[in-house]
Ligand binder design. Structure first.
Ligand SMILES: Cc1ncc(COP(=O)(O)O)c(C=O)c1O
Length: 388
């Protein structure tokens, strides 16, 4: 078999078990998405505050920039020409928000993958939650030391691993997501910080991809809302979700920032996002702090839907805007997807191997911009869904 025949075999295998992935371009307007000219309520985007779909806000931003002053390409790595004026402007906004240093990456994936690999030297043990995102796993796969996973949100297991390996490693980095991307549940930061305080060698890394913009009065995230920004060594914020922009920033101290600039391959050897993107980051970092109404609206919708799910007799693991309807099998996840689609709602089926076997689900991603009527449409689809 030649290379292409081997590729085709893998694709055929995936197709035969219903796991073939594909990219289909889709028009999106407001809360709707268009597929084959049909209009669906969009529950598959991470635009949690409705900022990306807000055309007025986009117009407002575009009125602040001009081709004479802004470039559409950074034309180089941040170490070369990539960090221009708008880079510095966005940096100072996010550093003010956290009162800590910040380092930009082109995406959350690049940040997690690069930073965790950079932290994972021979004398370091990485301990990540079992449900950690693929980008975290990517970083762990490049570890020079040991990288293990503790059972999901199981801090007894975490402590057991810390104790077991304590003498073998100089430092132990505990990695968790604040809000988990697939289950929509929360880590227990209070417990994790308490563990860190008991063990000198333990450092914390919290991925706030799905909580940045949503928690704390100013949207700074879960660590900020609980007063733990100082205790958490590394906080990852991503800009392509609630912030309605793109890119990511690692929040850390000054020495760590300088270290990552010098060793993280994803940053050193990649063209920075465009100055236009950083200008947009800066604009949105200001705007998101004033979005209390949107945050409250999102909370209200989610509380209501969580209640409806429980009343419908479905298992609800979520405490957030990510609401998985567990179907258990891949086949039923596809059936649920079709059922919602018939009702003109577009929500993605998430199947094994993206989630553990037997944990397939329909993933509803809720946004603050939903109207009451749209929320009712979702609620009645949930109630009408039959999984037996
Ligand atoms: C928990 C988590 N971390 C990191 C990422 C990657 O962020 P980005 O989409 O900016 O690459 C994602 C993406 O969905 C995520 O869910």
């Amino acid at each position: 078999m030649n290379l292409y025949q081997k590729m085709q075999t893998l694709l055929d295998d995936r197709k035969s078990i219903g796991q073939l992935r594909s990219i289909v371009s889709k028009k999106q307007i407001g809360n709707y998405i268009y597929i084959d000219r049909e209009k669906y309520l969009n529950l598959s985007s991470n635009d949690y505050l409705g900022l990306a779909s807000d055309t007025k806000l986009t117009e407002e931003f575009l009125s602040t920039v001009s081709p004479k002053t802004i470039r559409l390409s950074s034309s180089g790595s941040p170490l070369l020409t990539g960090a221009q004026e708008s880079y510095a402007k966005a940096q100072s906004k996010i550093e003010q928000l956290f009162s800590k240093k910040a380092l930009f990456f082109n995406s959350g994936f690049a940040a997690n993958s690069g930073v965790i690999a950079a932290l994972a030297t021979k004398d370091t043990l990485i301990l990540a939650d079992k449900l950690a995102h693929a980008s975290i796993i990517n970083g762990m796969q490049n570890a020079q030391g040991k990288a293990l996973r503790f059972a999901h949100n199981d801090y007894e297991h975490l402590e057991k691993l810390i104790t077991q390996y304590y003498e073998e490693y100089d430092q132990i980095i505990v990695v968790t997501e604040a809000i988990f991307s697939m289950d929509g549940d929360k880590c227990d930061l209070e417990k994790i910080v308490a563990i860190k305080k008991r063990f000198d060698k333990v450092y914390l890394y919290v991925d706030e991809a799905h909580s940045f913009g949503l928690y704390n009065d100013n949207g700074a995230g879960l660590c900020a809302s609980l007063g733990y920004v100082k205790d958490v060594d590394f906080i990852l914020t991503t800009f392509g979700k609630a912030l309605g922009s793109q890119g990511a920033a690692l929040i850390c101290n000054e020495v760590a920032r300088e270290y990552f600039i010098n060793v993280t391959r994803e940053l050193i050897f990649s063209t920075a996002l465009s100055p236009l993107s950083f200008e947009h980051n800066a604009f949105m970092l200001d705007y998101v702090q004033k979005c209390q109404d949107r945050r409250q609206r999102l909370n209200k919708i989610c509380e209501y839907l969580h209640q409806e799910i429980t009343e419908a007799g479905l298992l609800n693991m979520s405490c957030s805007q990510i609401i998985p309807l567990l179907t258990f099998t891949n086949e039923k996840a596809l059936l649920a997807y079709e059922f919602f689609k018939q009702r003109k709602i577009y929500a993605m089926p998430i199947r094994h191997p993206t989630v553990p076997k037997g944990r397939a689900r329909l993933r509803l991603s809720i946004t603050a911009s939903l109207s009451d009527l749209q929320v009712e449409e979702i609620s009645s689809a949930i109630k009408a869904l039959k999984l037996d």
